[in-house]
Design a protein around this ligand. Structure first.
Ligand SMILES: Nc1ncnc2c1ncn2[C@@H]1O[C@H](COP(=O)(O)OP(=O)(O)OP(=O)(O)O)[C@@H](O)[C@H]1O
Ligand SMILES: [Mg+2]
Length: 366
């Protein structure tokens, strides 16, 4: 809903005094808009430099500056203001050009039709408001992202210092401590590490959300990257008696950001090891120039309702189980894959298991 447009201010420019007077009278009778009129373009521009207006109506042919020149100047001062050009019938073609070149909202023929004029002014004012609102929302979003990026960054430094200090206490560097003290300090260390994990993840997420990320793409073999991630979980897999099925070709060269993709792979595999019953299958398939990488488990599966939320921010845990992670893993994975122009998804069935996958196209070249 556009808020009260009755309070809008309209600026009208016409070298003909009769026209400005008629305009002002008409609007005062039919609307409650605040109307300011000018008979010279220069005076109007001076006013616009100092004052806010919601809509500008301008004559096309004037002695000191023509309407298009005037509206071009106007755009420089107030880029988002809506403008209406009044033209004689003979200038129609030029007016149409102006719509494209200067980006005016409407042109109306002179002598104008009162109802038409009022209607177009009202619509134009609404348009101005809408443009303003969108601009404001974008600015708020930008400020929010800047704020969070700064905040998370500034949180890391003291956290790292605290972790380091706690480690020094625990390893005896800072002198002997009792077992009881050790227990408390270990708990503190754990909590601090969790918090650092969250801060790091937030930092990554907002890097993508703010749009200021740069992908460092290179050609590399994707298979060893996956194998490395698998290597990292072998100890846990053995302990939990989880069988890892490797269905990958010996080598798949892709063109992508290696570091970022590693995050996605590690998250898929990390999630699978937590949720599977006794098997994890890792697969790469290739069709045309699209590769599909997937990690399949035979765990509890995910309900449709939960599945919809998983790739969103802070979607932590399903209704079945709460996670101790940040809940940002899959959200970040989605950001990374989408930044690569790829697709991320999930096939799952309750009590049977889940298969998380991503597809990347254009893997040979940029
Ligand atoms: N293979 C899976 N089977 C069942 N549920 C899963 C599976 N993978 C993820 N989930 C659910 O999706 C949630 C979100 O996963 P995501 O990776 O985004 O966050 P997380 O693992 O909780 O935290 P983080 O990845 O930051 O450590 C998990 O908490 C879990 O409930
Ligand atoms: Mg995860």
């Amino acid at each position: 809903m556009i808020e009260d447009i009755d309070t809008a201010r309209i600026l009208m420019l016409d070298d003909d005094e009769l026209a400005t007077k008629t305009f002002k009278l008409l609007l005062s009778m039919r609307t409650s808009f605040d109307v300011v009129t000018f008979n010279s373009a220069e005076a109007a521009l001076d006013f616009l430099k100092e004052n806010e207006v919601d809509l500008v109506v301008s004559d096309f042919v004037m002695p000191d500056m023509n309407g298009i020149e005037f509206l071009t100047e106007l755009k420089k001062i107030k880029p988002s203001v809506t403008s209406i050009l009044l033209t004689g019938y003979a200038d129609k073609e030029n007016a149409i050009k102006a719509i494209n070149e200067v980006g005016i909202y409407k042109y109306l023929e002179k002598p104008w039709n009162d109802d038409d004029l009022i209607m177009n002014i009202k619509n134009g004012v609404e348009r101005s408001r809408l443009v303003e609102t969108i601009k404001m929302q974008k600015e708020i979003e930008r400020l929010r992202n800047d704020f969070i990026a700064t905040l998370t960054h500034d949180l890391r430094t003291p956290l790292l210092a605290a972790i380091q200090t706690l480690e020094f206490f625990l390893d005896g560097t800072l002198g002997e401590i009792s077992d009881k003290q050790k227990k408390f300090l270990s708990t503190m260390l754990g909590s601090n590490e969790d918090m650092l994990g969250l801060v790091n993840a937030l930092l990554e997420v907002y890097k993508y959300e703010a749009g200021n990320y740069v992908l460092n793409k290179e050609h590399f073999d994707f298979v060893p990257l996956v194998n490395q991630s698998l290597q990292e979980i072998t100890a846990i897999a053995q302990k939990k008696n989880i069988n890892i099925v490797n269905n990958m070709p010996p080598s798949v060269i892709i063109y992508a950001d290696k570091r970022e993709l590693r995050r996605v792979v590690a998250n898929f595999i990390g999630n699978a090891i937590v949720h599977t019953k006794d098997t994890i299958e890792v697969k790469i398939s290739k069709e045309n120039d699209i590769i599909k990488f997937s990690v399949k488990d035979n765990g509890e599966g995910i309900s449709d309702e939960d599945a919809k939320k998983l790739f969103k921010r802070f979607s932590q845990g399903t209704s079945k189980k709460r996670s101790t992670g940040t809940g940002l893993g899959l959200y970040l994975s989605r950001q990374i894959i989408e930044a690569h122009g790829g697709e991320i998804g999930l096939d799952t069935k309750l009590n049977e298991g889940s298969e998380f996958y991503f597809k990347l196209g254009d893997i040979k070249n940029d």
